[in-house]
Structures are given as C-alpha cells and as structure tokens.
Design a protein around this ligand. Structure first.
Ligand code: ADP
Ligand code: MG
Ligand code: ZN
Length: 589
C-alpha cells in the first residue's frame, strides 16, 4: 500500500471520521428514547420503530419493510447507540452514505464510512478508529464486504448490530440487483450473536421471501409497515398531448407548488423543461447528461427555493429528502409498480395533501413492450420484466380504486380510498368485444391476404374509412373491414388498442412496431374472451366526466352484421373442433 506510510500526515482523516476524543466501547445512551431525544431531537418513535429497536437491542434479528420516508435509518442507528460496540451499516449508495454520516456527526454521533471515495490514509484512520472502539456507526459499501480483508478488519473490533439497508438489492429479479449483496448471507455465521436487520422499501411478497432466504435470517422477526400514503392522490389520465396535459395539470395545482416531473429520455426532459419554462413555470432540467455543476445547482435550487419544478429522468430523487414536494408527475410510463411507488412516494412526505399524476398512452405500451423484447438477457429475465410491466399496466387500466390496486400489489388489503381518480369519478366500462374483433380481423386479413402489417394509425384509418395517400396506394378501401369502425372516434380506437396491448391481446412486432395478434387473440375472435374496456375521460379528478355520445359498438352496420354472423356460424362449426384458430376461418370467409 503506497500510502500507508503517510498516514500520520493526513489530519483530515481524523476530522472526517468525526472522532470526538471519546475512545470508549461503552454505549453513549442508556435508552432508545434518550438517544432519540438527545441525538435527533424527536419526541416519539413512529410506527414500528420502537418495536423494531426493542427487538434489535434485545439481540434479535429483524426484517423491516417500510415505505420510503418511513424512518428506517433510526431503526439501526438507535440500537447502535444503545448497544455496546460499533453498528455496521451496509449501504449501496455512496452519496447517501456521505449524507447520513455528515448528518450523524453534526448531531455528535461518532460515524464514519469506508468506500471508494476515501484516500488510503483516510481509510487506514477509519479502520484504526473502528478497531479502537471509537465509532458508533460504520457505513460500508457492499462490495467491500466481499473482501476477506474487510471481514478480517471487522473481526478485530466489536460489532453492536449489522444493518443491511436497501436489502431488496439482494433480489435478482428486481431492478436494483447487486451481486455483492449475495455475499452478505454469511455475516450471521461470521458474527454470531450480533443482531442483524434487513431493511427495504420494496415490499412484494417475493422480494420479502428472497431477502429472508438469501440473507439467511430464518429466525428474524418481520415488521411490515403499511405502504399506504393516504395524503397522496393518485391520478392517471389517457395521454393525448403529454406536454399540454402536464401544463394544465401544473396550472391546476396551487401556485408555487414544488414538483417533480419524470420523463424517460434526456431529450424529453430538456424539451419539457424548456416548454414549461416558456409557459412561465419555474422549471429546470435534471439528468445524467448535464454537467455536474449544473446538476448540483439545479438540485440545490429545487431543495432551497419554493415552487421549483424539476423535470428529470429517474436518476433524480434517490436520497432527495424534500418534505414539501406537492406533486410528482409522470409523462412516460414507469417500468414497474415498484418504480412508480418509489417515485410517487417522493411527494407529500410532510403528510400534507399531494398529487401523483400520470399521462399514459398507446405509445407507452408499444415502446415498453418493444424494449423488453429487444433487451439482452435470457427468456426468464424478459418474462420477469414483462410481469413487472403487466402489473404497471393493470394499475393504469384498472376500473377500481388505484390505491387498492397499488397496495394489493404490495400484499396489503384495503378498502376503496376515496382519494384517487377512479374513486372520485368512477370510470364507465363498455363491451369492447366487437370493436376488438373488427380490429383483429383487419390485422389478420392484411397479414394473411396481403402479407402486410401496420401500426395503430393506419389501422384506425382503415376502420374509420379515412382516405389517405396510403390507404389509396395499398387499395385498403377494398378490405371488408373498411369503414366498419366509424362508430368510434380516432381517440376511442387508440384507447381500444392501448387496452388490448396492455392485456397482451395484441403485440407490437418488427422494426416498425406494427401490430400483430397474439395467441390470446383467438379467444376474442371466437367471441369466447370478454373484452370489458375502460372509457377514457381526461382530467377525471378535476371535473365530472364529460357527457359523451354512446360510442359502444352495439350499433352494428349491415355489413358488419353479415360479417359477424359468419363468425358466429363458424363458432358452432367443425373448424373449432379441429382447433383451427377463429381468425383463419374468419379471414377466409
Ligand atoms: P427511510 O430510510 O425509511 O426512507 P429515513 O430514515 O430517511 O426514511 O427518515 C425519513 C425522515 O423522517 C427523516 O427526515 C427522518 O429524520 C424523519 N424521522 C424518522 N423517524 C422520525 C421520528 N420518530 N420522528 C420524527 N421524524 C422522524
Ligand atoms: Mg433509507
Ligand atoms: Zn381510490
């Protein structure tokens, strides 16, 4: 180690580790409550905190599932202050580690961290302090714990508790998987008698089980907090023009509301921020492509000033602790319910009313399905991603309470909330079977008879009998479904297609994202699969649903009727027994 000899010349290391001169293994506080009052200045524990801290102080293991902002840090910091020895905290985010250690030192706690940002002499000093029993808390990056040298070091001091924060990183199927977390499973064997805590804000049953198994905590007590954030109002609108809708959403919020707008790409972030700024909103952009100084400046404006709207990629927000964010808006679809929950959870941490608003449309489904199809990774991995997306889509298309749907995803039962768009303005549903059949038979006919496939726009033109250069060029006005879908508006058709895609009754295919039928489509064409659809209404929670002309497909035209008579006749026919998919017969009819 080239720096080892220069150890004595680096006083900053000692300053960084917050040594206060007390070199004692004895705990600083005699009770958890005393630590809470003295160190943090809080009056009382919240939720499960007291029970969790009791369990750990008594020497037991705990698995803690608590939403973001719930107060997980105290659950391991307080036991570390009350028990003899140093609390080891495994934390994956270097920036968060630094923030926490700074905050603890400001409150007189002897805390330090070991990660790649330390110089060698600084590291050596932290190690010395740990062995000498001069630290209450030691934060360590997970990759360090895979090293035998780190394990040896830890064995030379006294551990009071072992906390594994963001424990869902152990889950191979989650989006935050960290291989180094797998190596944490044997900490219990290396340090028997030291209580362990695993903490996460991800609460699916599957992740919960994986954490318990992989971190080998069979005798842990489990603490599952409610994931409900009752002050957040959930709203999801069909996307027509995302930016315009976003603007009117922001304008409908109290003036001076701080908010975060999430978009998928950097380009979209920049353009949206510019658009909002031009409209007089105090909007700034945040993404990894900006200079570090610009990013830091924007972040600090958001934290310090009132009413700033940050337009950002999902890179923004990890560890941002701003209590009075009044809204979180998504103009693109999140990839999973976990992601959506985490991002929307940054709103209203102060408990005051806040809104989680999203615009979601056909293009989002097509794009995300395609991204999964084109992603690297084996089929099982893709299937998992597909499941995550499907759960997110189910939340978008649900006709029952959004919160109920969201909490059910985290294994929590609840009653309709009264504070989401579907509760405030229950959506109407309609029977979309015939519409789906018209669309699917158009797709099948084009495929079978002409070996052609098209995207949503052109298919809608055919169904609505709209003459365009393309329909003329391809002679698509000769198709038997030409003009059969005039009972629905273009926007209605987009809603139909979006919902069929969301349920995998259609799939995007090929380079151009054209639409194809799936195995499940046959059931629809046969008329066996019911297709209840949600009627789209924009701005549900703002105003009562607009009165609308009946757009249901019950008014069939003559041509229509003939066509579907044939389909019905077929249903009782022999083809079915032979297992021939309906659309094949239908296309030949
Ligand atoms: P998590 O890690 O679960 O997201 P944190 O531990 O970062 O949450 O805590 C979130 C916020 O709540 C912090 O500002 C923290 O100081 C505050 N907090 C935690 N416990 C209490 C309490 N008992 N009383 C008041 N504030 C608390
Ligand atoms: Mg935390
Ligand atoms: Zn509700």
């Amino acid at each position: 180690d080239p720096f080892a000899s220069s150890e004595g010349e680096v006083p900053s290391a000692a300053a960084r580790s917050g040594a206060t001169g007390r070199a004692s293994r004895q705990p600083q506080y005699s009770s958890a409550l005393e630590a809470l009052h003295t160190v943090y200045g809080y009056d009382a524990f919240r939720g499960d905190q007291a029970a969790i801290i009791d369990q750990v102080v008594e020497g037991g293991d705990a698995v803690v599932l608590m939403p973001t902002g719930g107060g997980k840090s105290l659950c391991y910091q307080v036991p570390a202050l009350v028990r003899e020895g140093t609390g080891l905290v495994v934390s994956p985010l270097i920036a968060l580690m630094q923030d926490q250690v700074d905050a603890l030192r400001a409150n007189g706690v002897r805390a330090a961290y070991l990660n790649s940002t330390l110089t060698a002499p600084e590291r050596v000093e932290v190690e010395r302090q740990y062995v000498a029993g001069e630290l209450d808390l030691l934060y360590v990056a997970p990759e360090r714990l895979s090293l035998q040298t780190t394990r040896d070091l830890l064995a030379r001091g006294t551990l009071s508790v072992i906390a594994i924060d963001e424990a869902h990183c152990v889950s191979q199927w989650g989006h935050d998987f960290r291989p180094d977390y797998l190596a944490l499973g044997d900490l219990g064997e290396q340090f028997p008698g030291v209580p362990r805590l695993a903490l996460t804000a991800t609460a699916t049953r599957e992740t919960h089980r994986e954490i318990t198994e992989r971190l080998r905590m069979p005798s842990a007590q489990h603490f599952v907090s409610s994931f409900d954030r009752p002050n957040i109002q959930y709203r999801i609108d069909p996307k027509v023009d995302a930016r315009k809708q976003l603007l009117s959403f922001i304008r409908s919020q109290p003036a001076g509301s701080a908010g975060i707008v999430y978009a998928l790409s950097r380009k979209s972030v920049d353009q949206t921020a510019q658009f909002l700024a031009k409209q007089g909103i105090d909007a700034i952009a945040y993404h990894a492509g900006l200079d570090a100084e610009v990013r830091a400046a924007h972040q600090s404006r958001f934290l310090r000033e009132d009413g700033v709207v940050v337009v950002a990629t999902i890179a923004f927000g990890m560890g941002i602790d701003k209590p009075d964010v009044r809204f979180v808006a998504h103009i693109d679809l999140p990839k999973s319910v976990e992601g959506y929950y985490q991002e929307t959870g940054r709103a209203g941490r102060d408990g005051e009313p806040a809104v989680a608003w999203m615009a979601y449309g056909l293009g989002d489904v097509v794009q995300q399905r395609r991204m999964i199809q084109q992603s690297d990774g084996d089929r099982l991995f893709q299937a998992r991603k597909q499941q995550h997306l499907d759960a997110m889509l189910a939340l978008c298309e649900t006709v029952v309470c959004r919160r109920q749907n969201l909490l059910a995803y985290f294994g929590q039962e609840s009653a309709p909330c009264g504070n989401c768009d579907t509760c405030l303005t229950p959506p109407e549903t309609w029977d979309g079977l015939v519409a789906a059949q018209k669309l699917m038979s158009t797709i099948v006919r084009l495929q079978r008879e002409r070996n052609q496939s098209f995207g949503a726009g052109h298919l809608i033109d055919i169904l609505r009998g709209k003459e365009t250069e393309r329909t003329r060029r391809f002679g698509h006005d000769q198709l038997s479904t030409w003009g059969l879908g005039q009972d629905l508006s273009e926007q209605d058709w987009r809603s139909v297609i979006r919902q069929l895609l969301a349920r995998s009754l259609l799939a995007p295919q090929g380079e151009w994202n054209t639409l194809a039928v799936t195995e499940s489509s046959a059931g629809v064409l046969r008329g066996d699969t019911p297709v209840p659809l949600r009627k789209d209404t924009i701005g549900r929670a703002d105003k009562p649903a607009r009165a609308r002309k009946a757009t249901a497909s019950d008014a069939l035209g003559d041509e229509d009727r003939q066509l579907f008579e044939k389909l019905r006749a077929w249903r009782s026919g022999v083809a079915r027994e032979q297992g021939v998919p309906a659309y094949v017969v239908f296309a030949d009819a």
